[in-house]
Design a protein around this ligand. Structure first.
Ligand SMILES: Nc1nc2c(ncn2[C@@H]2O[C@H](COP(=O)(O)OP(=O)(O)O)[C@@H](O)[C@H]2O)c(=O)[nH]1
Ligand SMILES: [Mg+2]
Length: 198
């Protein structure tokens, strides 16, 4: 897919404040600091469209970006930020849950996983929650630069093994690095394929 335009639309603190154009949307979620905003910037080839930060837990809003004036990328608040208040840490955040459960134009959620670290309970719990709610998602491994294919494969297998007790089949996976712009083509063709079949 060719990205001819990418624009920030709005930040929403409630689901009913989200844009109402009905454009199909793809949401990015994962632990704070996993690289959600960086990946969005990398996909659209703009350095500063989505706000990135070395400080975890900064984005607490639902951010909509419109791509090619026809579909949205959505940057969701990160979960599992240790410094967050007890209330904010509960579940995936009330606002995020509302969004995932009720947003009609949400087509698919990209669940971002840092490939460099061991499978995290919170990621597995989130994936499990998505499953119990029957919400469509794919896995996107982030920060996958400087690793050869053997290493990558073993890390992905390790993650899949940790999912196996709860999942019969594995979701589609993507391996990316925002820093090195790896995996963009694959993620964007996935989006393209879905949009073409709608
Ligand atoms: N090594 C590496 N670091 C990354 C990559 N993507 C993001 N980061 C870093 O991870 C931190 C968090 O990134 P950010 O996109 O703000 O994460 P978010 O909280 O999930 O939106 C920042 O310091 C980024 O520079 C990547 O592909 N490789
Ligand atoms: Mg962010």
């Amino acid at each position: 897919m060719n990205i001819s335009s990418a624009k920030f639309v709005k930040s929403s603190s409630k689901v009913n404040e989200c844009p109402d154009s009905g454009f199909p949307e793809f949401a990015f979620i994962g632990r704070s600091n996993v690289g959600k905003s960086s990946l969005i910037n990398s996909l659209v080839n703009k350095k500063t469209l989505a706000q990135t930060s070395g400080r975890p837990g900064k984005t607490r809003l639902i951010n909509h970006y419109v791509i090619n004036d026809s579909w949205y990328l959505v940057d969701l608040p990160g979960y599992g930020y240790a410094g967050a208040s007890k209330q904010a840490r509960k579940g995936w955040g009330k606002m995020t849950e509302q969004y995932l459960l009720t947003r009609k134009s949400l087509v698919c959620t990209f669940v971002l996983i840092d490939i460099r670290i061991d499978p995290q309970k919170i990621d597995l719990a989130f994936i499990h929650w998505m499953g119990t709610k029957q919400l469509p998602f794919v896995l996107v491994f982030t920060k996958a630069e400087k690793m050869n294919s053997v290493k990558l494969k073993s890390l992905v297998t390790k993650f899949e093994e940790s999912m196996k007790p709860q999942w019969e089949s594995m979701p589609e996976i993507f391996i990316t690095s925002a820093s090195y712009r790896i995996g963009n083509k694959e993620v964007l063709s996935f989006v393209d394929k879905i949009l073409h079949n709608m």
